[in-house]
Design a protein around this ligand. Structure first.
Ligand code: 2RA
Length: 329
């Protein structure tokens, strides 16, 4: 199958190429697409070199599917043009996520909403993806009423410029700033811009996207999203109130059997999820499972995942795999 990766030279685009190769997605020909300044560069895929082409050329190549990670404005402009040419688009930007005519998909949770009419499919925000993978199986059993989440997000979530800022600061070197403040030896309680309600855009993404993916607007979500000086892997402290009481052993059992989840939870061995262990893994790691003793039916948990993989590239490739399994691609 001919597959285009739009934004092929960026951090997420590069990860998409890696994940497509590793998961053996049946790519017969790769069409790497990027902005004008990257056209002509080469990217490597499965030991072969491919020349990066521009948008028009990407459409003319007629891939079956285009996986986009090129930013919101590029997606707004170009995803419909690819779709009009009969090319399925899986888009990693925020451009289409809350569009009521587009599906927002985490395959473990709601792949079944997809039909062959969905020419543009939205890939959710990284911090939302890893949370809903762990919440969905518990929601099915105990029905979630409310979620309070605080995130600890790594700098790869911002992009290459932020990674450079962190390493420059560690070396004591000057360089461009991705953040308003120093990130090394610091914690920044702001991800994306502030909105009128005092929350950041990232926080409201976690609220709205969770409701849309889980298909349940009755779940109340409140979030505080925070940038920390970790290179890769997002962590989340999640407090979940259920309508029904739960049994902790059963929670562990449900999560251990849930698709895409690995439970790492053994206080006696100091075993819990950490970004360094989630690195280059496709799963969502869950631990620190314990009852919130301050109110009934409430669970505390700690969720970690590789934000460039399950939080972006892997989730997008899994959507493509699902379309292929369904005979849509
Ligand atoms: C971040 N959620 O970590 C973003 C990336 N999509 O900043």
């Amino acid at each position: 199958m001919k597959v285009a990766v739009v934004g092929a030279t960026g951090l997420v685009g590069t990860k998409m190429l890696q994940v497509l190769a590793e998961r053996n997605f049946p790519v017969t020909e790769l069409v790497p697409v990027a902005s004008e300044r990257s056209v002509g560069k080469e990217v490597e895929f499965k030991g072969k070199k491919y020349k990066v082409v521009g948008m028009e050329e990407g459409i003319a190549a007629k891939p079956a599917v285009a996986i986009f990670s090129a930013g919101g404005s590029t997606s707004t402009e170009w995803a419909p043009k690819f779709a009009d040419a009969g090319i399925y688009v899986i888009d990693n930007s925020s451009a289409w996520r809350m569009d009521p005519t587009k599906k927002l998909v985490v395959p473990e949770v709601n792949a079944s909403v997809l039909t062959k009419e969905d020419m543009i499919i939205a890939n959710p925000n990284c911090s939302t993806i890893q949370m809903v993978v762990a919440l969905q199986p518990l929601h099915q059993r105990y029905k979630i009423k409310r979620v309070v989440v605080s995130t600890y997000q790594s700098v790869t979530g911002t992009g290459k410029k932020a990674v450079d800022q962190l390493f420059n600061e560690r070396k004591g070197a000057e360089g461009e700033m991705a953040y308003k403040y120093q990130i090394d030896l610091n914690v920044i309680p702001q991800i994306d811009v502030f909105l009128d309600n005092g929350y950041t855009k990232e926080e409201m993404k976690m609220v709205k996207e969770t409701n849309k993916i889980m298909g349940d607007d009755s779940i109340r979500v409140t979030a505080t999203t925070v940038r920390i000086p970790v290179v890769g892997g997002h962590s989340e402290s999640v407090n979940v109130e259920f309508a029904n009481d739960f049994d902790l052993a059963e929670v562990k059992d449900i999560l251990s059997k849930a698709p895409g989840v690995i439970v790492q939870d053994d206080p006696s061995a100091q075993l819990y999820p950490m970004p360094m262990w989630a690195h280059e893994k496709d799963e969502v790691f869950v631990g620190r499972l314990r009852r919130d003793e301050t109110q009934p039916n409430t669970l505390n948990m700690w969720i970690v995942s590789d934000n460039l993989r399950k939080g972006a590239a892997t989730n997008a490739v899994q959507i493509a795999e699902y379309l292929q399994q369904q005979g849509i691609l």
